[in-house]
Every structure is written in structure tokens, then in C-alpha cells.
Design a protein around this ligand. Structure first.
Ligand code: HAM
Length: 419
């Protein structure tokens, strides 16, 4: 039987992993530069955690979760996103009593049973962060600027930032009434999901994957026009902070986000490049979530970036580095005695942190040279009986052909300092 990777999952092979390392390291670096610290959360949680937080009117919960019963009869779910787990951890580990804002970032796999296409997978990765305890728009501007700085430091251009405000429970309740009045005469024209959303969470109708493009939905009243004074002031505050940072944005009243926990600020960073899946990063504020998960009432905000989508974009813009050459030198042995010496030298080089290789496949001398060339190893040293007799070896740069004579006893020091 021939096995293949499950639909919607993919192997990340050595020829691309270094790009992931670059993206991950830069994300951690940028987060650290803002005072965010890394958190690692479990891959699965009790199902109810996601139902309550992500929300049982979201597509993620109703259609896309990998939920199963474990051998102890508990219903568990592979995390479809990171926020719910981080909020659970924040409450469970007493972080609610830390000085605010509590700033956490993460790099996780997430699982959603979705229709596979370019930039959309069933197992995917998110670089994300959450900040707890800050109510004013300063933190909204901060996390948006993190994405902006990250893109800039990676060399990425032309990613559009779209922001919106979806208000608080007070203005949302008012708006829901208006929206329901608008849709009521047309309810039979809408899809089954929207008919259900009409009852449970009318805001969700705005970004329906089936009805979202219909005139009727496009022309629906927009929450941003019905914000209460506090939410309006908050949104104005964010706008002016972004302007003072020089971060360009546009307001997109149709962004409502696919998860139920959001309040006030929501935002997305969008590219045209990534197939049909242009949203590289999405996030927003969730001021009621910690309270609704039985923690103390604490405002929160965060985002998650689809790592695969980010890398597709970075590849399209050609900003990713070349593959690093971790192995710096190939030590080619020409005789059995030399082979023993080479083995010891390689061990000592590695103790000093210098990447090196030797033949372990009984290749002929010529085949060893060919192998080293094929592997694109930048330096080569040949050790045979002559070198053992004179105690001297030549280190050859494969880039410009120059050779440097070094005493074998000094080879490790020389390589550690120079190659
Ligand atoms: P989300 O919009 O569901 O938000 O996902 C964030 C990002 O993850 C998307 O913009 C996209 O780049 C990527 N993504 C989502 N689904 C897939 C998929 N099937 N395949 C590949 N990439 C995907 C959240 O997950 C929220 N937890 C973000 C957040 C954090 N909000 C506040 N804090």
C-alpha cells in the first residue's frame, strides 16, 4: 500500500524549511522588540472551549473543527486557532494578576476542515499574538504596527491594511435590530446558513461565503455607521495613532471577521497575490472574551498571520534568503589513515560549531570531490598520506579557487575563525 499525506496537509521539506526559519525567527525578533513573550499552548483542548469562544455561529465551529472523542470519552478538538487556548492559559495560569498589558506571542499549527486550495489547508501554521488588559486604542495601533514592522523587516511591500470597528454589545444590539429589519422582507432569498444567522448573529450575514457578494448583502446597513459614542471615539483614536505612525490604512466596513468573539477594532492585511486567499493576517479586539470564559473582565486584542500565506507572498515578492550553507567544509580523506584523522577533525570542528562533512559511503577520492561540489559546500580540504607526513593541509575556497595552507593541528582553530 502506498501512503500519501492527508488532503490539506503538506510536508515542509529541507529545501524550503530555511525560509520558515527566517520567517519564524523574524516574527519572534519583532515581537520581542515590543516586549511580547512566547507562549506554547497544547494542540488540542476540550471542545467546549472553542464553542464558547470562537462561537457556535462561526463557520469554524459549525463546519470546520476536527473534533473527536478520546479514549476517556471526552470530546476534544484540534485547535482551529490560537486565541481560545491562549485565553484559557491566561486565566488558568494566573496571568490575570500580572502588570498590564500582558503580551504573548505564538507560533502554532492549526486545523480546519476546509476545502483545500492554494493558501488554504487543513493543517496550517499561524504566527500570532494576544495582548490583555489594555483598553485604549494605543494597543490596537501597537499590534497593527507589529505586523507592519514585520512585513517591512522581511522586505515585503504592497500589503494593504483594512480596518473596521464592529462596536460593543450595546451598539451591536441596536445595529442587529436595524439589520434584521433590513433583511426580514428578503429572508427567503438568503442561504440556509444566513437564515439561521438572522436569528442567532445577524452580523455574520455580512461576510457569508455564499450570499456575501449579493447586492442585497452589499447594500446592507453598516455597523460603522451605528457605533455608540465610546466605540466611535475608540476607532477615531486608532485612526489618529496609525496616522501618527505613518501606517497607511483603508476602512472596510465589510470586515466583520469569521469568529464570534470580536468587539470594536477588527483588521486584515490583504494581498492580491496569494491565489484567492488574499488575507495574510487578521485580528481584532475581544473585550468580552476573558470575562465570558469565567476570567475577570479583561480587554484583549490580537491577530494571527497565516504562515503559509505569508510565505507564498514573500516568495512571490522574491524577498526570501538563499538556502544557508550550514556545512562549511568538506574534509576529503585519501587513505585509510587519513580517514581516521578526518573523523577526529570533523568531531572537533563540530565541537567548535563548524559544520563539516566527511565521506561515510566509501566513495572514491574523485567521487568525494564530486559529492562536495554537488552539495555546494564552500570549502574543501584534502587529507592524504602527504598531508599527514608534512602536517600541512590546503583549505580551498570553492567560490574563488584560492588556497590557504594551514597546519593540520591548527585546522580547527583556523576554520572556527575564518570560514
Ligand atoms: P483567522 O482570520 O481565522 O483569525 O485566521 C488568521 C489567519 O490564518 C488568516 O488570515 C489566514 O492567513 C490564516 N488561515 C486561516 N485559515 C487558514 C487555512 N485553512 N489555511 C491556511 N491559512 C489559514 C484567527 O485565527 C484569530 N485567532 C486571529 C486573532 C488572534 N484574533 C485575535 N487574536
Amino acid at each position: 500500500m502506498k501512503y500519501s499525506a492527508q488532503k490539506g496537509t503538506r510536508d515542509i521539506l529541507p529545501q524550503e524549511i530555511y525560509r520558515w526559519h527566517k520567517a519564524e525567527q523574524m516574527f519572534a525578533q519583532v515581537c520581542h522588540s515590543y516586549g511580547y513573550e512566547e507562549i506554547r499552548i497544547p494542540t488540542f483542548e476540550q471542545t467546549d472551549l472553542f464553542q464558547r469562544s470562537v462561537g457556535d455561529t462561526s463557520d469554524v465551529v459549525t463546519k470546520e473543527m476536527y473534533t473527536f472523542e478520546d479514549k476517556g470519552g471526552r470530546s476534544v478538538t484540534l485547535r482551529p486557532e490560537g486565541t481560545a487556548g491562549v485565553v484559557r492559559s491566561f486565566i488558568e495560569n494566573g496571568m490575570t494578576s500580572l502588570a498590564t498589558p500582558v503580551r504573548l506571542f505564538y507560533n502554532i499549527t492549526a486545523f480546519r476542515y476546509e476545502k483545500m486550495q492554494k493558501g488554504r489547508y487543513r493543517e496550517f501554521h499561524q504566527f500570532g499574538l494576544e495582548a490583555f488588559g489594555a483598553e485604549g486604542p494605543g494597543i490596537d495601533a501597537e499590534i497593527i504596527s507589529i505586523v507592519d514592522v514585520y512585513f517591512k523587516r522581511m522586505g515585503l511591500k504592497n500589503i494593504k491594511l483594512c480596518i473596521n470597528s464592529i462596536g460593543c454589545p450595546v451598539c451591536r444590539a441596536e445595529y442587529n435590530k436595524i439589520l434584521k429589519d433590513y433583511f426580514r422582507p428578503h429572508i427567503s432569498e438568503l442561504c440556509e446558513d444566513c437564515q439561521e444567522r438572522f436569528e442567532k448573529n445577524p452580523l455574520r450575514m455580512i461576510d457569508c461565503k455564499i450570499d456575501g457578494e449579493k447586492e442585497l448583502v452589499r447594500n446592507a446597513p453598516r455597523l460603522i455607521d451605528y457605533l455608540c459614542d465610546d466605540c466611535r471615539a475608540h476607532f477615531e483614536g486608532l485612526k489618529s495613532q496609525l496616522e501618527s505612525l505613518g501606517i497607511e490604512y483603508s476602512i472596510d466596513p465589510n470586515i466583520v471577521r469569521g469568529l464570534d468573539y470580536y468587539t470594536r477594532t477588527v483588521f486584515e492585511f490583504v494581498s492580491e497575490n496569494v491565489g484567492t486567499q488574499g488575507t495574510i493576517c487578521g485580528g481584532g479586539r475581544y473585550d468580552g472574551l476573558v470575562g465570558s470564559m469565567e476570567g475577570p473582565q479583561t480587554p484583549g486584542i490580537g491577530f494571527a498571520m497565516g504562515a503559509e500565506r505569508f510565505l507564498l507572498e514573500a516568495e512571490a515578492q522574491n524577498v526570501l534568503p538563499d538556502k544557508p550553507r550550514y556545512v562549511r567544509i568538506y574534509l576529503c580523506a585519501q587513505s585509510p589513515e587519513a580517514k581516521t584523522r578526518v573523523g577526529r577533525l570533523c568531531y572537533e570542528l563540530r565541537l567548535r560549531g563548524v559544520g563539516c562533512e566527511q565521506d561515510l559511503a566509501d566513495r572514491s577520492f574523485r567521487a568525494q570531490l564530486k559529492y562536495a561540489g554537488k552539495q555546494n559546500i564552500p570549502y574543501l580540504a584534502v587529507i592524504g598520506d602527504d598531508e599527514l607526513a608534512t602536517g600541512e593541509v590546503k583549505i580551498k575556497s570553492m567560490e574563488d579557487g584560492t588556497e590557504t595552507a594551514v597546519k593540520i593541528e591548527n585546522l580547527v582553530d583556523f576554520c572556527a575563525e575564518n570560514i
